[in-house]
Design a protein around this ligand. Structure first.
Ligand code: FMN
Length: 223
């Protein structure tokens, strides 16, 4: 499909690192540029934009949902899909990202429900931070996000970029571009051509209980 044929889709892209010179921020920027070239509208965010306090149930029940959490929630909801480039910390996701997901999950409607997500990682290690993405899948899928099966993890990322911010290895660069474009095709299909209603039930097999149930139904847009 050519860029001209792409029906409108909007993607939120951010890296889950606070660090200046972040490798994941470089990968997120490459994803953003690739998505724009493939015809998507991109909202670039930075983890620094979402400077949350640690999740605190007392703050929440007192109605004190932090403004950065509201902002993240707004931006997820304004997009059809999200792309997260996340570092791997101790074989898992960074705490700052889990904290952001926990805050965002408290809003209603719950913003991840029904959103398409693509996970990327970059690390100096040989596995590119891929283990962290498996841990990141768990809360996102729990919240009803449609996490794309393919995940791109850039190994030895400290020496993987060229001077223009692309991936120096031509084959890897090609795989990266194809992964983004295939993901965007799915986002477009899910937004413009889907006919299936989707229901998110937090704990599907639990005995129904109005006081504790968290159930949301995704509206079906007319194609
Ligand atoms: C607390 C901590 C734990 C880390 N654990 C891992 C790890 O399990 N696997 C890995 O590949 N890299 C690990 N690293 C190295 C990061 O991949 C590396 O610092 C990377 O550059 C961080 O991403 P960024 O450049 O986007 O900030 C760890 C770094 C820190 C600070």
């Amino acid at each position: 499909m050519s860029v001209r044929d792409r029906r409108p889709i909007k993607v939120l892209v951010f890296a889950a690192s606070l660090r200046r010179g972040s490798l994941n921020a470089r990968l997120a920027e490459l994803a953003a540029q690739t998505a724009e070239r493939a015809g998507a509208e991109v909202d670039r965010a930075r983890m620094l934009d979402f400077d949350f306090p640690s999740y605190d149930g007392d703050a929440e029940s007192g109605g004190d949902l932090p403004e950065p959490a509201r902002e993240l929630c707004r931006r997820i909801k304004a997009a059809d899909a999200f792309v997260i480039a996340s570092p791997e910390y101790n074989a898992s996701m960074p705490g700052v990202l889990k904290n952001a997901i926990d805050w965002a999950s408290r809003f209603r409607p719950q913003p991840f429900n029904g959103r398409q997500g693509l996970l990327l990682s970059a690390s100096p290690s040989m596995a590119g931070g891929n283990r962290g993405l498996w841990s990141l899948r768990i809360p996102l899928e729990h919240l009803g996000a449609r996490v794309y099966p393919d995940m791109f993890s850039l190994a030895q990322a400290h020496e993987a970029f060229d001077a223009e911010g692309g991936i120096a290895n031509a084959m890897l660069q090609k795989r990266f571009g194809e992964t983004i474009r295939c993901f965007l095709d799915l986002v477009e299909a899910a937004k413009h051509y889907h006919v299936l209603e989707k229901q998110w039930v937090e704990f599907l097999g639990e005995h129904p209980n109005q006081a504790t149930d968290r159930v949301e139904t995704t509206e079906v847009e007319a194609a």
